[in-house]
Design a binder for this molecule. Structure first.
Ligand SMILES: Cc1ncc(COP(=O)(O)O)c(C=O)c1O
Length: 321
């Protein structure tokens, strides 16, 4: 097996590591399956979830290269943007967030949820209307802002892509897989399931970790976004950047599309009832945007398409908030 290339030089430890794995008596699962959950909703307090693992690598690189300011972007209530805002303050950097909003929602913006946490972390926020975002996404706006900051403050600004999803951020979950090896996941489980959204970076990290250590598990991404055709090309791109040209994403991940419901940030009644029931019966709190949709999908798939799974011992990765 060829070694991977482009391993990041720097890492910081924002993540509270060794998050627990325990059984999960998830309602609606057929008796033959046993479900377990890895609690990556416990990777930190305000900084919880999968984002913080990516930032361990992304921000470490920025700090090591002497950057004092950092730009990223996402949807108005983006978890990634909030995580970056908090982490940036922890390491003494100033953050700039480009937040996308639907035109008709602009007048309803209020300082609540992640927006409140962004304010409390002194992030500078810029509202971008969805209609102003073209095919290239936020990238041209990141560049304009970077140049503006350089001109007005003289300081260089580090840019982190939407979701922290690139060949550096992916090491968050390659490293998480190493942690999971120490928790004996390869012996204890047959399948790993995670929410896949956007570019599927968390899924990519887990699948690459699994591949590099012998592919004992089957990795599934339950896709909760409408644009499902982005995940496989994006994982292929990362594999290439890590020198794994000979590996094909479709051979190391199973992306299961169709669980976006009413769309990003919109919940169906069924999803809300499901999340409420899971919280009440198991004490695990799922979020309506990502894990709520994915876990409802998981239960449905276990009931209708169980042949997708390698075995009966399934580990769900809770990607937090
Ligand atoms: C809670 C949660 N789960 C899953 C995801 C998707 O992660 P990725 O973009 O790495 O696929 C996100 C993205 O922000 C998230 O906030």
């Amino acid at each position: 097996m060829k070694p991977i290339t482009n391993i990041p030089k720097y890492r910081m430890k924002l993540t509270h590591e060794n998050t627990p794995i325990h059984t999960w008596n998830l309602p609606g699962v057929p008796d033959e399956f046993k479900i377990f959950i890895k609690r990556d909703d416990m990777t930190g307090s305000t900084l919880s979830g999968n984002k913080v693992r990516k930032l361990d690598f992304l921000l470490a690189g920025a700090v090591a290269q002497g950057y004092k300011q950092v730009i990223t972007g996402g949807q108005l209530q983006s978890n990634h943007c909030r995580s970056l805002a908090i982490a940036a303050r922890e390491v003494g950097m100033k953050s700039h967030l480009l937040l996308i909003v639907n035109e008709h929602d602009e007048s309803k913006i209020s300082i609540e949820g992640n927006m409140l946490l962004n304010c409390l972390s002194a992030a500078k926020m810029y509202i971008v209307q969805k209609s102003q975002v073209g095919k290239a996404g936020l990238t041209p706006k990141f560049e304009n802002l970077r140049q503006h900051i350089k001109l007005t403050t003289g300081e260089k600004c580090y840019t982190i892509p939407v979701g922290g999803s690139n060949e550096v951020g992916v090491f968050g979950y390659i490293e998480a897989f190493r942690e999971m090896m120490n928790q004996n996941v390869c012996e204890r489980f047959d399948d790993i399931v995670v929410t896949s959204c956007g570019l599927g970076n968390t899924l990519a990290g887990l699948a690459i970790g699994n591949y590099l250590t012998g592919s004992h598990l089957r990795c599934h991404g339950i896709d909760v976004s409408e644009q499902t055709n982005r995940v496989i090309p994006s994982i292929d791109d990362i594999l290439t950047k890590l020198g794994l040209h000979h590996v094909k994403a479709e051979n190391i991940v199973n992306v299961i599309p169709g669980y976006h419901g009413n769309g990003y940030g919109l919940s169906t009644r069924e999803e809300l009832e499901f999340i409420t029931m899971v919280g009440k019966k198991t004490g695990i709190v799922l979020d309506p945007v990502y894990t709520g949709k994915a876990v409802l999908g998981l239960v449905q798939i276990l009931n209708t398409r169980k042949e997708m799974f390698k075995g009966k011992r399934i580990l769900f990765i809770h990607t937090g908030w």
